[in-house]
Design a protein around this ligand. Structure first.
Ligand SMILES: [Mg+2]
Length: 232
């Protein structure tokens, strides 16, 4: 598998909680905006809206997918609403910038969020300009990971060859289809407590074990530097 890493020519990165630390609590802001959206749409108090939101998230991959399937919402205005957040908790990360920039081949962001959100986050992290492609949820016809159609976009439209590609994620369930397609899979974990999220749909913690995960790391920049080092 180490050899596979050195032969990788397409590096596919998740965005949220992968290219920034979960400790910045950015996703909690998005989460609250999603609850507010569902609450206003359905005319429900936030605690009830939140239960529905989390059920959709667990079942469909994103809250938005549940909203589209059950309430035929307009996805772009929803995305603008939930991604209207404060990015000041994010810091520029020169170490991660250097590690990603040094990777051979294409660097791709593949997110269940919008393209605009991805661009703003990359800017705030000082990671703009190093990615060859940014694939947002708009590009897959709003089909999120881990649904197979989202991955088909990556292979068919972006022409990623899984046997020479790595898939990097904080969410284990999104690595299962990637592994089945032949990607090298890398799970990024943190110390953060995610027990408020539905079981099976939580970002990874250090003791997670899955047969479809080849590598786990709590230090993405360090992992990438090591990944492309010559043997010995
Ligand atoms: Mg993520």
């Amino acid at each position: 598998m180490k050899t596979r890493l050195r032969q990788t020519r397409d590096w596919v990165f998740d965005l949220d909680n992968t290219l920034y630390p979960p400790e910045s609590d950015l996703f909690a802001q998005i989460d609250r905006r999603m609850t507010q959206y569902v609450s206003e749409l359905l005319g429900l108090p936030p605690d009830q809206a939140r239960k529905i939101q989390k059920a959709w998230y667990a079942e469909h991959g994103t809250t938005m997918s549940g909203l589209i399937n059950n309430h035929d919402i307009e996805p772009d205005s929803y995305l603008d609403f939930v991604h209207d957040i404060d990015l000041t908790p994010l810091n520029v990360d020169p170490e991660l910038h250097g590690a990603i920039a040094a990777l051979p081949g294409r660097k791709i962001v593949f997110t269940n969020g919008s393209r605009g959100h991805a661009s703003r986050v990359l800017g705030a992290r000082g990671l703009d300009g190093i990615f060859d492609e940014i694939i947002g949820i708009e590009d897959t016809g709003y089909v999120p990971k881990p649904q197979p159609l989202a991955y088909a976009h990556l292979l068919d439209t972006v022409n990623v060859k899984p046997e020479r590609a790595a898939f990097i994620e904080d969410m284990a369930r999104n690595l299962e289809p990637a592994h089945a397609l032949g990607f090298v899979t890398i799970l990024v974990h943190s110390q953060k407590d995610w027990s408020h999220e539905p079981e099976g749909a939580r970002p990874a913690s250090a003791d997670d074990k899955h047969e479809y995960v080849h590598f786990t790391t709590g230090d993405l920049a360090g992992f990438l530097v090591d990944a492309i080092k010559e043997k010995g």
